[in-house]
Structures are given as structure tokens and as C-alpha cells.
Design a protein around this ligand. Structure first.
Ligand SMILES: Nc1nc2c(ncn2[C@@H]2O[C@H](COP(=O)(O)OP(=O)(O)OP(=O)(O)O)[C@@H](O)[C@H]2O)c(=O)[nH]1
Ligand SMILES: [Mg+2]
Length: 629
């Protein structure tokens, strides 16, 4: 429960009167009689049902110069006590604090008219009416929320206030302790014998001793040595509780107000945040590109506002914007924030985070606007499918989904399987890919494979890696689409090769068979080779492919072209060479006729063969004769 209200209206005195604890803990606060920084106190109450309730108070300063401290305290609250002094009524920081509560979407609270002892009954009624008028239509509208008059001095009205507090606290919905743990830090100090201690209002999840945490934005890792809740040692802290953690692995200097603790290795801080921004009616026109102070939970930085699809926002209007932050913060969709004018510093608006983690791939401006618009109105399934679609062919891993949404993995799993059932997304191992992207990839992979077969009729198939690179996807997405195509009998995989289904085995056999047939035909023919065109005609495959096989055999020097249209097997030519070398001793010279007779071939073969022997420097032509070298 947070307090809110103008300076000196009695917020701290009221907290002390209710709890017995003075929330002003600083010496300077006590001396000056004002609150400077946020203070804390607890109140135990019993609900009407008998249920035990413990309220943690965050008391905030009313001074206009300390609104940033107020903002550090108010970010985690569920309920607000709007404190208005009966002798002063609504004042500037009453308005500013209440605006902040509305911008942060605080849903419940009680309005307290303090210092009732300082005014007469008639004045009290007038102020009550004024305040009711001011609150009309808000979440504290007098028809829905009580206005209680009290005096911290005399104690008048405090019992009624306690009853209202118990009722309100019992009604308030619990924060989601099943969400991922996040603790925005509001205080850091060192305690003798304990070391480093941090405190904060636990906004989501739970935390236990010995857990490993990460500090954002620094990324530093640390471990929980001990947990305290509302000032007492505890097994664990759950969402909604004032929490203190004793930490191992971090010095006070590593931490400060504004850092966020989360489980280690799960989230990333960001400097680009897409939001829905609401401008207060009291603000000036907000121009595209303006710089503002940005407050989210306990963090504070400067941001440049880039309006999405608009040149300006008029007072009271809301619109989509992308904030460029000077310093990285860890935020998630759904987080509320406040913006204050750069100078003079006054609260001008606030809103809700829609997207905080942008993937590396470039995105066109209109696609970004469409994406953020889709997020604004979508349910969980719509959010996840938009996020998966944004990742295109890269797909989105479950870890990315958790980091982008802040959902527990189990929730991502549940929503993903709902989307998978309807065909909106496909799940490939740890990666989710949009259904229409998968359809495109299937077509692309099939076309790529067909083109490959056409260009390489003699090759059994394309390597998986080459196909993956040609289609331009990562290994997991590739395997997933490949599996779908195998299942649908579009392609087949043999080892690391992929080929079109139905093509591979049969055709490959035919080709291998033909190749063997050609080779055997020439090997058996010796030097009395058949005409190439006759060999090709005898094969069971078409001419083009047969010609390619011959080309391959020539390239591999299994067959050797001699003259213009004769082809011999390399073994036959090797045999000829040896024969000629052996002839040298008995017949060092011979003419064409002698050569013909020696080999038993016609002149049509003899001339090209002799020329080949010359070219191989086995013989040399001297007049009409050949000399064996
Ligand atoms: N008579 C009377 N005086 C009160 C009452 N409540 C608070 N005061 C006095 O009003 C002065 C301001 O009270 P605080 O509780 O410090 O006011 P605050 O709203 O916490 O002020 P900031 O934190 O500085 O914004 C103190 O002198 C209190 O004693 C009350 O109910 N009756
Ligand atoms: Mg105070």
C-alpha cells in the first residue's frame, strides 16, 4: 500500500498512527519534519472472514522536488491511500500523485481526509464534497471507494480506516507469484555481519535462499544468502511482499536504486521500448522526438520519444511510441511507466510497455507500427503469434519467447501448442516458426531441390548443408521443414544428401548401370572400339544424360578421345604403349601398313592411333615411317 498526497498533508503521521512505525527514518527528515525518501512500515489486520492480513506500507514524500523518490516507491504498489488534509483540500501534488496513480493503473484505494481535528464539521463536509467532485469518474470515485476522515492527533476515524483497509486488502487480487521473479531494487546497504542487503517490493514471482540471480542492466550474477519479508526472516518471498535479500557475490557499489534482480540468464536489458503513451490533459502538446525523463519501477533514465504514426500528441490523447533510452533498463510488456517533462520537470504522462526486446533483423517502419498495434489489442495467443511472425525465417526460440514476454516457459508451451494445433505456428524442436513462413519455406526448398536436379542430372542429390544455405535458414528450422517434406514424400534423405522423392534410387541405379555399361563396352573392345554413337544408342537412358556420362568418363580419363571421333578405354591405350615399347628391340621402325598388321586394325583406326603415339612421344614420324623412341 502506497501513500500519495501533497506535502505536509499528514501521510507519514497517518502511517505512524496506524502502524506505530515512523516511516521517516533519515535524520534529515526528522530534523526538517518532511519526508525526503520513501519509508516503510507494516500493519497486521484481520479480515472480516478472520483471515490474517499483513499490509506493507510505502510512505512517499509529498515535496515536488522529491517526486522521483515517490516514483521509486509507488511502482510496485497494489493499493493507494490518497491523503488530503482537511484544512487544505486538493493541492498541486495531490493532483500530480493522483495522476501518477492513474497512469500506473493503480486500481484500488482509499481517500483519507487527515487533520480532521483542525476543521469544524461544516468545513469538513465542504472539503469532502470538493474531494468527491475531484475524484469523480476515477478509480477512487466516491461511489466505489470510501472517503474516511481521520485525525492522527486524536485518533478519531482510525478504527473506521482500519476496517476499510482490511476490507480493501482482502478484496485486492494477489500479484502473480507464478510469474517469473522480478525485484526492482529501492534500497542498497551493507549490514555488519551480513554484507550486502537490498530491498524492494516484489512485483512478480518468488525468491528463495541460494537462488542465482542476475542484476540488470549490468549482467552481474549473484546468490541469495537470506530472505526477509516485511522485516522478518523467511523461507521465501512472494509477489506483493516487501522483500529484503542478503546477497553473496555483489558489493554495495555493484547495486543501486533502479537495478532489477531476476533469475540468472533469462532476461536482457533494453534501450528500445515500444509503448502506448497517455498524455495528461494538463500537459502541453508532445512533439515527436522530444526528450523526457522516464521512470519504470525504481529505475530512471532519459528517453527520446519517437511517435509511431503521428507527428504529435495533444493533451489528453494517447498514442503509440518507441522510446530510445539513454541507459538500458530491464522491462517487460505490461510494465507501467511515467514520463516527466525534461525541464521544468513535471509529470506529463505515462503508459504501458508493449514491446521491449527487438530482434536484430531490420524491420520497416510500417511493419513496426503494425506489430505494435497488433500487440496492443491481442490476447496471449495473438501476442505470441505476432512475436513469432516478426522473427520470420529465423523463428523464435522458447528462451527468446520467455525473454520477450516475461511468461513462464510453461505458459509459452501452453500458448504455443494452442497455436500449433490451429496451424498458426509450427514447432521445430526449440524453435517456433509462423505457419505461412513454413509454407513458403516448403515451396522454396522443393523448388531449390528441383532446380538442383535439373542442373546436375548425374549427381545423386544436394547436400543438406548446401540446401539449407540456399534456402537461408538455421539448422533447427531447416531440419523441421525437411522433416515435413520427407513426411509428405516430397523429398528423401540418404545420409547427408537430399534428393526428390521417387527420383533418387531408381535414376541413380540407371545412371550407375549405364556408366558401367559404357566403361565395359570400351574396355572389352580393346583397340577395336565401337562407334560412340552406337554405344550411346544401346543405353537405357536418354541421349543427353548418356552424353553427360561420357563427359564424366572423359574427364576422369577412364575414356580417352583419340582424333576427332574415336574414344578408347585408357587400359587399351596403355596396352598399346607397352606393346610399342616392347617392339623397339625387334622393330625399331615401322610404316602404317606394318602397324595395321601388328594390331589388326583398319587404316581408319591406325592413323589416329599413330598420331596419338606421336603426341605421347612413344613414336616419332620420320618420312613415311615411325621411329619408336
Ligand atoms: N493536528 C494535526 N496535525 C497533523 C495531523 N497529521 C499530521 N499532522 C501534522 O502535520 C505535519 C506534517 O505531517 P507529516 O505526516 O509529516 O506530513 P507528510 O504528508 O508526511 O509530509 P511530507 O512527507 O513531507 O509530504 C506534522 O507536523 C504533523 O504533526 C493530524 O491529523 N492533526
Ligand atoms: Mg511524510
Amino acid at each position: 500500500m502506497g501513500t500519495a498526497g501533497h506535502i505536509d498533508h499528514g501521510k507519514s503521521a497517518l502511517v505512524r498512527a496506524l502502524t506505530g512505525t515512523d516511516p521517516d527514518r533519515l535524520e534529515e527528515e526528522k530534523r526538517r519534519g518532511i519526508t525526503i525518501d520513501i519509508g516503510f512500515a507494516n500493519l497486521d489486520l484481520s479480515a472480516e472472514s478472520g483471515e490474517k492480513l499483513r499490509l506493507g506500507f510505502v510512505d512517499v514524500p509529498g515535496h515536488e522536488r522529491f517526486v522521483r523518490n515517490m516514483l521509486a516507491g509507488i511502482g510496485g504498489i497494489d493499493l493507494v491511500l490518497l491523503v488530503i488534509a482537511a484544512d487544505e483540500s486538493v493541492k498541486p501534488q495531490t493532483r500530480e500523485h493522483f495522476d501518477i496513480c492513474r497512469l500506473l493503473s493503480v486500481q484500488r484505494g482509499i481517500t483519507v481526509l487527515t487533520k480532521a481535528d483542525l476543521v469544524d464539521a461544516e468545513t469538513l463536509e465542504v472539503v469532502r464534497m470538493e474531494v468527491a467532485e475531484y475524484l469523480r469518474g476515477s478509480f477512487l470515485d466516491a461511489s466505489a471507494a470510501p472517503i474516511v476522515a481521520v485525525s492522527a492527533k486524536t485518533g478519531a476515524g482510525l478504527d473506521e480506516l482500519r476496517r476499510e483497509l482490511a476490507r480493501l486488502a482482502a478484496e485486492a487480487p494477489a500479484k502473480d507469484s507464478a510469474a517469473v521473479f522480478r525485484l526492482p531494487i529501492d534500497r542498497v546497504f551493507s549490514m555488519k555481519g551480513f554484507g550486502t542487503v537490498v530491498t524492494g517490493t516484489l512485483i512478480a514471482g518468488s525468491v528463495k535462499k541460494d537462488e542465482e540471480l542476475e542484476v540488470h542492466p549490468s549482467g552481474k550474477r549473484l546468490r541469495v544468502r537470506g530472505v526477509q519479508v516485511h522485516g522478518a526472516a523467511a523461507e521465501k518471498a512472494v509477489a506483493g511482499q516487501r522483500t529484503a535479500l542478503n546477497l553473496v557475490g555483489a558489493e554495495v557499489a555493484d547495486l543501486a536504486r533502479g537495478v532489477m534482480l531476476t533469475p540468472a540468464g533469462m532476461f536482457r536489458p533494453t534501450q528500445r521500448v515500444s509503448v502506448k503513451l497517455n498524455l495528461l490533459p494538463s500537459a502541453r502538446v508532445l512533439k515527436d522526438g522530444v526528450r523526457v525523463h522516464l521512470h519504470v519501477f525504481t529505475s530512471e533514465t532519459v528517453a527520446e520519444v519517437r511517435l509511431l504514426g503521428a507527428k504529435q500528441l495533444r493533451p489528453g490523447e494517447s498514442g503509440l511510441a518507441r522510446l530510445k533510452l539513454d541507459d538500458a533498463v530491464m522491462v517487460l510488456p505490461g510494465d507501467r511507466f511515467i514520463v516527466r517533462q525534461f525541464s521544468p520537470v513535471i509529470t506529463i504522462g505515462g503508459g504501458v510497455v508493449l514491446d521491449a526486446l527487438e530482434p536484430g533483423r531490420r524491420i520497416r517502419a510500417e511493419d513496426r507500427i503494425a506489430f505494435v498495434r497488433a500487440l496492443e489489442s491481442a490476447n496471449a495467443a495473438g501476442v505470441l503469434s505476432a512475436r513469432v511472425a516478426r522473427r520470420g525465417v529465423d523463428g523464435m526460440s522458447f528462451a527468446d519467447a520467455v525473454a520477450e514476454t516475461g511468461w513462464l516457459r510453461s505458459r509459452v508451451e501452453a500458448v504455443a501448442s494452442e497455436l500449433a494445433n490451429s496451424g498458426t505456428v509450427a514447432r521445430f524442436g526449440e524453435v517456433l516458426v509462423a505457419g505461412d513462413v513454413v509454407a513458403t519455406l516448403r515451396a522454396q526448398m522443393k523448388a531449390t531441390l528441383e532446380a538442383f536436379h535439373k542442373a546436375n542430372p548425374l549427381v545423386a542429390g544436394i547436400s543438406r548443408e548446401e540446401l539449407r544455405e540456399k534456402v537461408g535458414v538455421g539448422p533447427e528450422v531447416y531440419r523441421g521443414v525437411e522433416e515435413l517434406l520427407v513426411r509428405d514424400k516430397v523429398l528423401q534423405v540418404a545420409g547427408e544428401l537430399v534428393h526428390a522423392a521417387g527420383r533418387g534410387v531408381v535414376l541413380r541405379d540407371e545412371e550407375a548401370e549405364s556408366k558401367k555399361q559404357i566403361e565395359t563396352a570400351f574396355a572389352q573392345a580393346g583397340l577395336k572400339v565401337p562407334l560412340l554413337k552406337d554405344v550411346l544408342a544401346s543405353l537405357p537412358i536418354d541421349k543427353v544424360r548418356a552424353q553427360k556420362i561420357v563427359t564424366l568418363l572423359l574427364r576422369d580419363r577412364v575414356l580417352v578421345r583419340v582424333g576427332d571421333d574415336l574414344v578408347f578405354h585408357r587400359d587399351a591405350l596403355e596396352g598399346l604403349r607397352k606393346l610399342m615399347v616392347a617392339q623397339k628391340a625387334t622393330t625399331p621402325k615401322m610404316n602404317v601398313v606394318a602397324f595395321k598388321d601388328l594390331l589388326g586394325v583398319t587404316r581408319k583406326y591406325a592413323i589416329p592411333l599413330l598420331e596419338w603415339l606421336d603426341s605421347q612421344r612413344v613414336t616419332r614420324r620420320v618420312g613415311d615411317e615411325r621411329v619408336i623412341l
